[in-house]
Design a protein around this ligand. Sequence first.
Ligand SMILES: Nc1ncnc2c1ncn2[C@@H]1O[C@H](COP(=O)(O)OP(=O)(O)OP(=O)(O)O)[C@@H](O)[C@H]1O
Ligand SMILES: [Mg+2]
Length: 112
Amino acid sequence: MKKIEAIIKPFKLEEVKDALGEIGIEGMTVSEVKGFGRQKGHTEIYRGSEYTVDFLPKIKVELVIVDEKLEEAITTIVKAAKTGKIGDGKVFVSNIEEAVRIRTEEKGSSAV
Ligand SMILES: Nc1ncnc2c1ncn2[C@@H]1O[C@H](COP(=O)(O)OP(=O)(O)OP(=O)(O)O)[C@@H](O)[C@H]1O
Ligand SMILES: [Mg+2]
């Protein structure tokens, strides 16, 4: 199993959610977060100050999926979240060792 953490622009959430629904993703967790990337929250250097950092609101979408779904899920998120402008966000992938569906006590890939 893999976990995708996608940091996206807040106004793209519905589009990303719908696109993931269309490829059969059945669960996700969403949080309101703040962050910055290479521009440090600025689109240009402000008064020559290179070190000022402004956190910008972003949405973090987390989904745990079986390995076979990984590439399709990444492609779907990127396509739905992309505007082509700075700040579109990032997708991070990590390994997940275990998952448990609490109600049924199913484990592993049948729990996601
Ligand atoms: N290396 C990182 N680690 C953790 N979070 C990050 C990282 N880079 C970006 N983020 C998160 O993603 C958000 C969007 O990043 P952003 O798309 O601006 O990255 P970027 O590298 O500056 O790319 P771009 O040049 O397209 O803007 C940030 O506000 C932050 O929340
Ligand atoms: Mg950026």
